[in-house]
Design a protein around this ligand. Sequence first.
Ligand code: ATP
Length: 245
Amino acid sequence: MTLLSVQNLEVRHGLLRAVRDLSFSVAEGEVVAVVGANGAGKSTLMRAIAGAHGPAGGRIALDGTDVTGRRAHERVAAGIALVPEGRRLFADLTVAENLLVASRARRRGPWDLAAVVAAFPLLDGLLKRRAGNLSGGEQQAVAIGRALMTNPRLLLLDEVSLGLAPIVVDTLYDSLGTILTGGTTVLLVEQDLGRALGVARRVLCMLEGRVVLDEPAAAVTREQVVDAYFGLGRATVTTVREEPA
Ligand code: ATP
């Protein structure tokens, strides 16, 4: 069953078309990685799906319901949760307060404070600490936990690895492991191609606002994704039609 459907999406920053006529869908329970060079439009796409940035055209549907006109908090209530690039925590609030803020928009489901701490053991003992005083990895765990607290049907992860040491990223992905394999539908932006291909069932590569490759992760090589990433046109598996600029 299709959970997320994005059709002919167009998102602009002023005159810049950051996302152009972009279409794809994500099945329930699927983990899809979005890769692409800096400025390809990945974060803009994630923000548009979450309702943080209004599209100039196209349609976004969750489980068949058109949510394009809905505001961000209404999309959270519908089951879409974004872990934004840069985490955006409330630095002066404690970890527990950051997590509980999200639970105001909570849907029914398994995620609560105890479940988040169980999934992210590095938060154990930190609930009363100010979020601004945490390390980058701890802050990222809080940001993911905050999204989980809403009990999302679709979890959007935007560059959870950004700026973190590889060992910290390993720890986060260990914690994400059960989430990524546990049936939650996940769309994740990940710069580390190896990691993206390792955790995702499908990989979607963006170039200049468009999807230039959309394939099962097992069906593409790293080289093919890299070619699509840089627009080299050597990838033989692209399914996307070419359009004039
Ligand atoms: P990165 O990996 O660097 O985050 P990205 O693939 O996520 O890149 P976006 O951040 O979505 O790409 O940016 C897409 C395009 O939109 C880029 O050309 C960027 O400069 C531009 N852009 C992004 N945010 C804004 C903004 N707030 N105002 C103006 N232009 C923006």
